[in-house]
Design a protein around this ligand. Structure first.
Ligand SMILES: Cc1cc2nc3c(=O)[nH]c(=O)nc-3n(C[C@H](O)[C@H](O)[C@H](O)COP(=O)(O)OP(=O)(O)OC[C@H]3O[C@@H](n4cnc5c(N)ncnc54)[C@H](O)[C@@H]3O)c2cc1C
Length: 280
């Protein structure tokens, strides 16, 4: 069973802070880690390989430092890693990220399953898995918490729903996005880690030309969405005490809610009862 696992390097914090002046991410003092859901995706792949044989290729798009997470993935049991790294890939929105990953998977070629995390803790969109599946024309199952069986060209999985689960049988090749509940992850093996850091490490770095894309189709240039401004929402609370009898307090409160566009009547104006303070 040949499996491609998508892995993203993310800041070691779910609390993304922005420079209030520039709107840029503040990265000082924050290390980088393998996205937590992706660790579970890789563990799921390693368990399938242990049960059915085959090869695992991990694929990551990111800056040169992302080599750390692909090396760690080899330590955990991946056979090979491909890092997509090129300044042309920078600034990609989820569309450009997914199509670039899709192109690289086409080049990798042979796979029965693609496994991703459900969501990255920085971008947080949970769009990449489904978009990669769509790009490659594959069936997909998201929110997988149990991979029950792989037989006769199909996979049987359970996917989490808000109030229970759904059991799905899906033809291979397919793409799964997994949640943390799917397994407990292992620590990387020291021997594998040493191999992953050596000169013969099975890690390949591809740029835009290597996967046959034009630079205008990737990164910021190939993105369908553009960020106009980033800012942190203003925090803090202000308290204002309303004085007077109940009618006055209710009327003032409704007016303030309306001033702040927090409440409207059907007609868009306060009703007569509200204006006269007859509502309690
Ligand atoms: C409108 C918009 C504009 C953006 N503009 C920029 C920008 O200008 N500059 C910028 O740096 N970023 C930008 N981003 C963020 C960037 O698009 C995302 O970080 C990236 O596409 C991954 O999306 P995500 O983090 O939401 O991943 P999710 O969809 O939450 O991740 C799900 C899974 O997909 C896989 N995955 C995700 N990303 C990768 C990856 N890179 N390599 C391998 N596997 C991966 C992992 O398995 C992960 O668990 C933008 C995002 C949006 C929505």
């Amino acid at each position: 069973m040949d499996i491609v696992v998508l892995i993203k390097q993310v800041p070691d914090s779910s609390e993304v802070k922005l420079d209030p002046k520039t709107g840029h991410l503040l990265r000082e003092g924050i290390g980088a880690i393998m996205n937590p859901d992706d660790r579970h995706a890789l563990e799921a792949a390693v368990r399938l390989k242990e049960a059915h044989g085959g090869r695992i290729v991990v694929l990551s798009m990111g800056p040169a430092q992302a080599i750390d997470v692909v090396s760690e993935a080899i330590g955990m049991g991946a056979d090979e890693a491909v890092l997509l790294s090129d300044s042309a890939f920078a600034g990609a929105d989820t569309w450009a990220t997914s199509s670039t990953l899709g192109k690289a998977i086409e080049k990798i070629g042979k796979y029965d399953l693609i496994i991703c995390g459900r969501q990255a803790i920085d971008g947080d969109t949970a769009q990449i898995g489904p978009q990669v599946a769509e790009y490659l024309g594959l069936p997909q199952v998201t929110y997988v918490f149990d991979i029950e069986a792989v037989t006769d060209g199909t996979v049987v999985v359970k996917k989490r729903l808000e109030d229970g689960y759904e059991k799905v049988q899906c033809d291979l090749p397919a793409l799964l996005t997994v949640i943390a509940e799917v397994n407990r992850t292992r620590y990387p093996a020291i021997g594998n880690l040493i191999d992953a850091c050596g000169e013969q490490a099975p890690i390949t770095i591809w740029n835009a030309a290597d996967i046959g894309v034009m630079t205008c189709d990737v990164g910021l240039a190939g993105s369908l969405t553009h960020v106009i401004r980033t800012f942190a929402p203003k925090g803090g609370r202000q308290t204002q005490m309303l004085e007077g009898d109940t009618g006055t307090v209710v009327r003032t409160l409704l007016e303030k809610l309306r001033e702040n566009h927090l409440v409207l009547t059907d007609s868009g104006v306060l009703s007569a009862e509200c204006r006269e303070g007859k509502l309690s």
